[in-house]
Design a protein around this ligand. Structure first.
Ligand code: HEM
Length: 184
């Protein structure tokens, strides 16, 4: 691990800071249908420095914590923490995350830089590279089969859409979220 002061965060640099937004929409599974939740949230990204792996691969990382609350009753409906990582040589990006349901994801992908920076990552139960980890209970009752996320980073705006394909209540359900946040 290096001293954070001289780290090159590449496309991740603009994430560092505190973001909040109150225009979120979540579609979550119910036994007999879909629950729609309007939400607000805060995501805090902090510098995590860089690492070298096997003396070959250099990765820069930012750490984040996300807290999501339902607008109608302020209940916390989602918490998440993880890292966004950028590999300098290949330009590959990775997103690792865990949520307190007994579930973790390591998604991989790429980014495109134009007026904004667009990150696309995914992981799947069928992928040999980008995988999902879940407790035996979740594997049995609410299995995560696929994770797809797009993040669009502008100077002061951060938008995302994500789909978690779940096998729950005897059917396949696309659990989706989207929001646009502003830099605080
Ligand atoms: C903004 C992000 C998210 C929000 C607001 C959100 C919200 C919710 C809500 C409200 C439920 C229904 C809970 C219930 O009825 O008991 C749910 C279920 C679930 N979520 Fe999320 N979620 C988010 C992201 C994620 C992510 C990233 C994952 C996995 C990587 C995930 C996995 C699940 C699973 C497996 C369930 C099924 C559990 C159940 O309903 O019994 N969610 N989520």
């Amino acid at each position: 691990m290096s001293d954070n002061t001289e780290v090159n965060y590449g496309p991740l640099a603009g994430l560092i800071g505190v973001w909040s937004g109150n225009k979120g929409t979540d579609l979550a599974p119910e036994p007999d249908g879909t629950e729609t939740n309007e939400y607000y949230e805060t995501i805090t990204f902090t510098e995590a420095g860089d690492v070298s792996n096997a003396e070959e691969q250099v990765i820069s990382a930012v750490h984040y914590m996300q807290k999501v609350q339902r607008i109608s009753n302020d209940k916390v409906i989602h918490q998440e923490t993880g890292y966004w990582m950028w590999e300098q040589d290949s330009n590959q990006v990775m997103h690792s995350l865990t949520i307190p349901r007994g579930m973790a994801v390591l998604a991989g992908g790429s980014f495109k830089e134009a007026e904004n920076i667009t990150f696309d990552v995914q992981a799947s139960i069928d992928s040999k590279d980008w995988q999902l980890v879940q407790s035996p209970f979740m594997r049995e009752k609410a299995k995560l089969k696929e994770y797809v996320q797009q993040l669009i980073l502008g100077e002061n705006s951060l938008s995302y859409t994500q789909t978690m394909v779940l096998d729950i209540y005897g059917r396949v359900f696309d659990h989706t979220d989207q929001n646009t946040l502003q830099r605080q």
